[in-house]
Ligand binder design. Structure first.
Ligand SMILES: [Zn+2]
Length: 489
């Protein structure tokens, strides 16, 4: 497959050859030379995105996060001790600096869920060591269910074993240290770069609320349409050096990395996709963000073969984008960030907890026991949860909206419609929290919209019904602060 760098190489090489000795062209006054001079200018004009001072600087770094000790795999409600690895897990950092010296760092990772207790430590250290404020850093995670446990993420999902608690704590602390060091490396490597964006497509994500998993293979085999909203777009951002070398490919997709539920470390479909892209573009770093895949599953699933196939389908979506003419992203960074309160419908009462302790549902019983202890300590639960919202404007061409937790696909569809082309809408940033339903999904109820906040350790069963309105108000406010223009209706 041709990368954008490969596409620009022939022109770049020609211009380099011609411009190496520009005096020759200038001195040439004979008519014979004139076509060469004209073609030289044409080539220079054509190659401007490659040869103009980029305005951007970019720095990249990555670190292996595959646990060396027996930390359990995260994301399903059971004990899952690891039995080896298919491939390594990674966290990766892309640092960007505009011509005025404004910086951001995007962290992507093969983690299942980064909890607030962990990301807060990273943000605090990044502030102290590198003067990076919250508005300048997004810590995203793919939500990979073959990744390790971290901090208190989904803490009531797992049986309590003291040795495991200690291992998770030790691993989390190591990841905080390594993450901060990795960001430091990405900043130290800031060097001139060009950014370009494009979009491809991949179709394996299925709306899991509107289609019964067991029926999906039959529906697909019969060629019938699947139901419910999906976002099959694959947004792509490339980082190339002024000489044309492709340095990084950032890409997104809205789908749960839950193809596999076995006990072997791997990055699920995003892991396979990143490997395929890096194989096709040696020396380039592939970075994945889960856009708004809270209610999307890769179906059918549960085999390594399918997982690898979805990874390759996603990589093919990226390659499709790279084959099209990519759009340059001009230099210029604006960032805005805020924590907003997401109120619960009602916090859980002592009576409800005392009843839940006796339930046979192990997650619910562990949660109720822990909540009762907490209630003894603090007397009262907070009635809202602090929710992170980001807006980054890159040049005049891109708006990146970053939101915490498991946002359902409606958020991506809505904000892309409202802010137009060049808008990326990402969930799974900074904090795992819980599912974040839209108004529609909240009204419908069910797993992502209903009474399941307890699974995430929250002191309530449901969010208040105006959750989408609150988030949308914040997104619009921040987008306005960074100068984004609302798309014409
Ligand atoms: Zn999930």
């Amino acid at each position: 497959m041709n990368s954008p760098s490969a596409a620009s190489h022939p022109v770049a090489a020609d211009v380099r050859r011609l411009t190496l000795n520009p005096a020759e062209g200038v001195r040439a006054s004979s008519r014979r030379r004139l076509p060469l001079v004209i073609s030289l200018f044409t080539l220079v004009a054509l190659a401007l995105p490659v040869f103009a001072a980029p305005g951007w600087k970019a720095g990249l770094a990555k670190a292996v996060i595959t646990p060396e000790k027996a930390v359990w795999l995260a994301g399903y409600g059971s004990k899952r001790a690891p039995d080896g690895k298919l491939h390594d897990l990674w966290m990766k950092a892309l640092a960007l600096e505009d011509a005025e010296g404004r910086r951001v760092v995007l962290i992507t990772s093969d983690f299942q869920g980064v909890p607030k207790v962990m990301s807060d430590r990273v943000f605090e250290q990044l502030q102290r060591q590198f003067k990076l404020e919250r508005a300048q850093v997004m810590f995203t995670f793919s939500h990979n269910h073959c990744g390790p446990r971290l901090g208190d993420d989904l803490v009531d999902y797992y049986p309590i074993e003291a040795a495991q608690v200690a291992l998770v704590e030790e691993y989390t602390a190591l990841m905080v240290t390594n993450c901060v060091a990795m960001v430091g490396e990405s900043l130290a490597r800031l060097a001139p770069a060009n950014l370009q964006q494009g979009e491809g497509k991949a179709t394996f994500a299925v709306n899991r609320r509107n289609n019964k998993e067991a029926e999906v293979p039959g529906i697909i085999a019969r060629g019938e349409p699947l139901k419910g909203p999906v976002d099959h777009s694959v947004p792509v951002l490339t980082v190339t050096r002024p000489g044309g070398k492709l340095e990084a490919v950032l890409f997104g997709y809205a789908c749960h990395p839950t193809t596999l539920s076995f006990l072997t470390w791997c990055g699920d479909y995003p892991g396979f996709a990143q490997l395929a892209i890096e194989q096709a573009h040696p020396g380039a770093m592939a970075m994945f963000v889960n856009t708004c895949g809270g209610d999307q599953n890769p179906l059918p699933r549960r085999s390594v073969e399918l997982c690898e196939r979805y990874g390759k389908m996603l990589a093919a979506g990226v390659e499709e984008a790279l084959r099209q003419p990519l759009k340059p992203v001009s230099s210029g960074l604006r960032t805005a960030f805020e924590m907003i309160d997401l109120p619960y419908l009602k916090t859980v009462s002592r009576e409800e907890l005392e009843a839940a302790v006796k339930e046979t549902n192990a997650i619910r019983a562990r949660w109720a026991t822990r909540m009762l202890q907490e209630l003894d300590r603090r007397k009262q639960f907070p009635d809202a949860y602090p929710y992170p919202v980001h807006a980054w404007r890159l040049g005049t061409e891109m708006l990146i909206i970053g939101m915490g937790a498991e946002t359902v696909v409606d958020y991506a569809l809505r904000f892309k419609r409202e802010f137009g082309p060049g808008t990326w809408v990402m969930g799974y940033a900074d904090d795992m929290i819980a599912y974040i339903p839209s108004r529609r999904v909240w009204e419908e109820g069910g797993y992502e919209g209903g009474t399941f906040l307890f699974e995430y350790g929250r002191p309530a069963f449901r969010w208040a019904g105006n959750i989408e309105d609150r988030i949308a108000a914040s997104v619009h406010k921040l987008a306005q602060q960074v100068g984004a223009v609302k798309a014409a209706k």
